[in-house]
Design a protein around this ligand. Structure first.
Ligand SMILES: O=C(CO)[C@H](O)[C@H](O)COP(=O)(O)O
Ligand SMILES: [Fe+2]
Length: 231
C-alpha cells in the first residue's frame, strides 16, 4: 500500500492571495495542494488554468501540485500543465472514454504523474482496466463543479473494490470530506484525502489535517509503508 497524503483543495482558499494560502496549508502540514481546474463545459463552473499553476510553481518550487482536471478535452491541456510545473495530471475518464490509454501515455511522456477520476455515477468497472497503469485513481464523492457539498456515501464501496484489488494504488477521495466523516473514507482504503471546506473552514486547519492523517494511519496501519511514496 501507499502513504497517507492530505491534499487541501485550494478551491476553498482566497484566490486573490493564493501563494500565501498555499504556504499556510503547507505550514499546517499539507502534503500536496489540490488544484481544481474547471473549464465551464465538463462542469458548470470555471476556475483556474495553467497560468495560475505556472505562477504558483515559480513562487513555490517544491510544492506537489495535484491537478484535478475537470475539462471536456483533457488532452488539450497536457502540455500546458506539464510546462507550467504540475506534478499530477488527473483527468476524468468520462471525458476520454474512447482514448484513455493514449491519454495516459501522453501524460506519462511529459514526466507528470497520471491520475484517473470518476464521477459518483460512473461505475468502478470503467477504471479497473487502467488502475495498474496509473499512479492514482480519484473517486469523486460529490458531483464535480463546486466546493462545499455533502459527501455522497454510496461512492465509498468503489474505494473498497479498488483497495482489495490494487493494494499499491493511490486512491484519492474528493468532495464533502471533514474531520467528522474522515473515518468512513479511511475504512474503505482511501489514502489520499482532498478537503476544501473541511480544512479551510475548520477553526484550526493544522488540527484538521493531522486528524485526517491519523485516521488514514489508524485504519490502514498494517498495510501502509513508504515504498510507493510520490513525495
Ligand atoms: O473537485 C472538487 C469539486 O469539483 C473539489 O476538489 C471538492 O469539492 C473539494 O471541496 P469540498 O471539500 O469543499 O467539497
Ligand atoms: Fe477536486
Amino acid at each position: 500500500m501507499v502513504n497517507p497524503i492530505i491534499s487541501p483543495s485550494m478551491l476553498s482558499s482566497n484566490f486573490a492571495d493564493l501563494a500565501n494560502e498555499a504556504q499556510r496549508m503547507i505550514d499546517s502540514g499539507a502534503d500536496w495542494l489540490h488544484m481544481d481546474v474547471m473549464d465551464g463545459h465538463f462542469v458548470p463552473n470555471i476556475t483556474i488554468g495553467a497560468p495560475v499553476i505556472k505562477n504558483l510553481r515559480a513562487s513555490h518550487p517544491n510544492y506537489f501540485l495535484d491537478c484535478h482536471i475537470m475539462a471536456s478535452e483533457p488532452e488539450k491541456w497536457v502540455d500546458d500543465f506539464a510546462k507550467a510545473g504540475a506534478n499530477m495530471f488527473t483527468f476524468h475518464i468520462e471525458a476520454a472514454i474512447d482514448r484513455t490509454a493514449a491519454l495516459i501515455e501522453k501524460i506519462k511522456s511529459t514526466g507528470m504523474k497520471v491520475g484517473i477520476a470518476i464521477k459518483p455515477k460512473t461505475p468502478i468497472e470503467w477504471v479497473i482496466p487502467y488502475a495498474d497503469k496509473v499512479d492514482m485513481v480519484l473517486v469523486l464523492t460529490v458531483e464535480p463543479g463546486f466546493g462545499g457539498q455533502t459527501l455522497i456515501e454510496n461512492c465509498l464501496p468503489k474505494c473498497r473494490v479498488l483497495r482489495d484489488r490494487f493494494p499499491n494504488l493511490n486512491i484519492e477521495v474528493d468532495g464533502g470530506i471533514t474531520v467528522k466523516n474522515i473515518d468512513k473514507l479511511s475504512e474503505v482504503g482511501a489514502n489520499v484525502i482532498v478537503a476544501g471546506t473541511g480544512i479551510f473552514k475548520h477553526p484550526n486547519p493544522s488540527e484538521a489535517i493531522s486528524t485526517m492523517k491519523a485516521s488514514v494511519y489508524k485504519y490502514n496501519k498494517n498495510s501502509l509503508y513508504n515504498k510507493n511514496s510520490l513525495l
